[in-house]
Design a protein around this ligand. Structure first.
Ligand code: MN
Length: 740
């Protein structure tokens, strides 16, 4: 009978786990490799000796398991395995980064530094996380091993989360879905991505998870039988042709089933299209593509393929290195079956990730797709001027987005996220080309810049030295690179125009002998309803604010505060004006008008005295942009307001709402001709003596659309205006804008 103490048993278990790690090393590992790993193990064991995990296990179990994932499931080399063993040492013990550097050298110290920097990233609130995440990627993007070890760390934590409190489980699982699973996908670690997603579901939606697991178990037997029957046909045909191959019947991922159920709003039983088999060929590298297509041809001899579902990732591999030939064919009983065809080499890349297989194993064959991706991340990080959250969104778009393959006129391939436009394409070639993009030809045909590119499109960009980025370009682009470049260019251009505008304004004011004092500029900014003086300068520079408007401001300013207020509100009361048009006098509704000129302004009835129609009232311009509040003359607050804020008071009069003038919006469309705006405004204001409150005409491809806000007496008056506008050459339609 054994009389071992718990401590002895524990040490035995540690040793067993460590031996399992050693067994997972490839045969090529030599004694130096093993020495390195032993050294790392000893350090970790010492550093964590006093610590236990939540489950009560010795802490050292965790680094051993993470290292085993790195070696066995991902296939990284001894440096990564050693780093994984000591990944928590600097963070959780007295050992410092200098110690690691001294003991293990610079390479491992750098990896540990990166890993230490990532941890804690997710302990803050969401926007802090985003900022930290950005920093983290910036620090580690030169060594992908840091991300991979972090993923292995996360995977082991997810596998052993049972003894955590529930709120922590939820938090960790959500983070995993938010960042880690997409990262794993991007690096090409499909198995790890799938397991992370499944485990996350287990904690975020435990009932759903259990339900799917049970149903999968129940359906598996029948499904396997079906797939075996399906693949038997193919097996025999391939043997006859002399192929060396294996066929795997693919298992479905729990999370992907859940996603399908939610996205398509269907139940478990309605999901049929996840039947899939994988044919893995033992082909020499120079024959693997030809062999894959031969197999494709054999498969489709027996089963009819769906032409929309052919995916050739052998000729154009995904950016994460994934290569495979996929087709979906009709099996018996009307089931679609996905058939994946690939070589053993391709299969290993798919299962373990491109990075693991090519870059850090033994083959250091220069740049690969993953390097390009990392270079892209760097660029995104360095260009990014927006908020950190926006960055994470961009980043995730680039992670998730299916890729499309676009060709240059010379036939070079560019990989862009789905939804990309010619502008994204031109920025992907060069920033200067992007900024000067005038137009684009797709497959020889001129298209708008907002055109959504499709895989296989050949795109030619037309540039002009005179072209500059436009505001609306931001609506067309999806790549972070294009977005940040357009934004920064717009910003610097605005700054330039504002500087110019400032000089112009100063000249103009000097000319009419007015000193451009700070307070005058502030008043002017308010008067034009702008946020700050640079917006004012910008508008002057763009000639949106011209001499007449400046003169008007000066007049208003001289007339004192009342006109000033009136102007300000008139300028910003479009919303309210529309409302009034909708409610002309069915039942003699009473409304308020203000000032000696009885202007219709936006107002609210004060809650302290609740005036009703007919009460004698006054208007009070409340501070803080609240607009006009209407109080009764005998309101308890009236005396205070009247004595202390006389300058903000306004005469208010009740009138019947159908007696007065109305603001109405006319929509006018037609063919753009020279001097059109002039003609239109002349008819309205000179010929018909109607007040124009605003006019906004925009042209696009020779067509124009204009919104003219006019002040009219009544409906008849409005129809008259509209009739006259219809007579203008080039105008094809004139309508009154309805609500909304
Ligand atoms: Mn850890």
């Amino acid at each position: 009978m054994s009389t071992e103490t718990p401590e002895q048993l524990e040490n035995k278990e540690i040793a067993a786990r460590y031996r399992a790690l050693l067994r997972s090393l490839p045969d090529s590992a030599d004694s130096n490799d093993k020495k390195l790993i032993r050294k790392a193990f000893n350090l970790a064991k010492d550093a964590h000796s006093e610590v236990r995990r939540k489950s009560g296990e010795p802490y050292i179990f965790h680094p051993i398991e993470v290292a085993t994932i790195i070696s066995k499931e991902i296939g990284l080399g001894p440096v990564s395995v050693a780093s994984a063993l000591i990944h928590d040492v600097v963070e959780d013990s007295d050992y410092t980064l200098e110690d690691i550097d001294r003991l293990f050298g610079e390479e491992i110290a750098r990896i540990i530094d990166g890993l230490t920097k990532i941890s804690g990233v997710f302990d803050q609130d969401i926007s802090m996380q985003a900022e930290n995440f950005r920093k983290m990627l910036l620090t580690i993007s030169d060594d992908i091993r840091v991300i991979i070890i972090k993923l292995a760390d996360r995977l082991h934590n997810m596998r052993t989360m049972e003894s955590m409190p529930q709120h922590k489980q939820l938090k960790i699982a959500s983070e995993t879905l938010y960042i880690y699973a997409p990262l794993a996908h991007r690096i090409g670690l499909y198995n790890i991505k799938t397991e992370l997603e499944d485990l996350s579901l287990k904690y975020t939606e435990p009932e759903v998870y259990r339900d799917i697991v049970l149903k999968l178990k129940a359906s598996k037997a029948g499904e396997m039988k079906y797939l075996k029957k399906f693949s038997a046909v193919i097996r025999e045909a391939l043997k006859k042709e002399g192929f060396d191959f294996t066929i795997k019947e693919r298992t479905k991922s729990i999370y992907s089933i859940r996603k399908k159920m939610v996205n398509q709003g269907i139940g478990f039983d309605e999901i049929y299209d996840t039947f899939a088999i994988r044919i893995i060929l033992n082909s020499p590298i120079n024959k693997e593509k030809a062999d894959a297509w031969r197999v494709y041809s054999i498969v489709t001899d027996f089963f009819r393929p769906n032409p929309d579902r052919l995916r050739d990732w052998i000729s154009a591999p995904k950016a994460n290195g994934y290569e495979s030939l996929h087709t979906t064919v009709m099996g018996s009983e009307g089931h679609w079956v996905e058939v994946q065809i690939r070589s053993e080499r391709m299969d290993e890349v798919a299962e373990r990730g491109y990075a693991a297989h090519w870059k850090y194993k033994e083959d250091a064959s220069g740049t690969n797709k993953l390097d390009l991706w990392i270079a892209n991340i760097r660029e995104m990080l360095e260009n990014n001027e927006g908020s950190a959250l926006e960055f994470v969104d961009d980043f995730k778009l680039n992670l998730f987005g299916e890729e499309i393959y676009i060709f240059t006129p010379k036939g070079d391939l560019k990989i862009l996220p789905a939804g990309a436009t010619p502008l994204d394409f031109s920025f992907s070639i060069h920033t200067d080309i992007g900024l000067r993009t005038l137009g684009a030809k797709v497959n020889g045909k001129l298209v708008p810049l907002s055109y959504k590119l499709r895989s296989g499109d050949q795109v030619e960009i037309i540039t002009s030295q005179k072209q500059k980025p436009k505001e609306d370009w931001l609506n067309y682009v999806v790549t972070a690179k294009a977005k940040s470049n357009i934004k920064s260019e717009l910003k610097s251009e605005q700054k330039e125009i504002a500087e110019e505008g400032k000089a112009i304004l100063q000249r103009k004011l000097n000319y009419i002998k007015v000193k451009p004092s700070d307070s005058l500029i502030q008043q002017m900014t308010k008067y034009f309803n702008l946020k700050n003086p640079s917006e004012l300068y910008y508008r002057v520079g763009m000639k949106i604010i011209d001499n007449n408007q400046i003169k008007e401001f000066m007049r208003a300013q001289q007339q004192g505060i009342y006109s000033f207020i009136k102007k300000k509100i008139l300028g910003s009361s479009k919303k309210e004006a529309k409302k009034e048009v909708e409610t002309p006098g069915k039942n003699e509704k009473q409304i308020l008008v203000f000032g000696p000129e009885e202007d219709k302004l936006e107002y609210r009835l004060a809650k302290c005295c609740n005036p009703i129609a007919g009460d004698s009232v006054f208007g009070y311009l409340a501070s803080g942009g609240e607009g006009i509040k209407v109080h009764r003359n005998n309101c308890p607050n009236a005396i205070y307001l009247q004595s202390n804020h006389a300058g903000r008071l306004m005469k208010a009069t009740w009138i019947s709402s159908n007696q007065t003038t109305f603001v109405s919006v006319i929509v006018i469309r037609g063919i753009d001709t020279v001097g059109l705006v002039n003609k239109v405004t002349q008819i309205i204001s000179n010929d018909l003596l109607v007040n124009i409150r605003s006019i906004n005409i925009s042209g696009d491809d020779g067509l124009f659309e204009g919104f003219i806000t006019v002040v009219v007496k009544d409906k008849g008056h409005l129809s008259n205006v509209m009739d006259q506008l219809k007579l203008v050459e080039g105008v094809t339609s004139v309508e009154r804008r309805n609500a909304g």
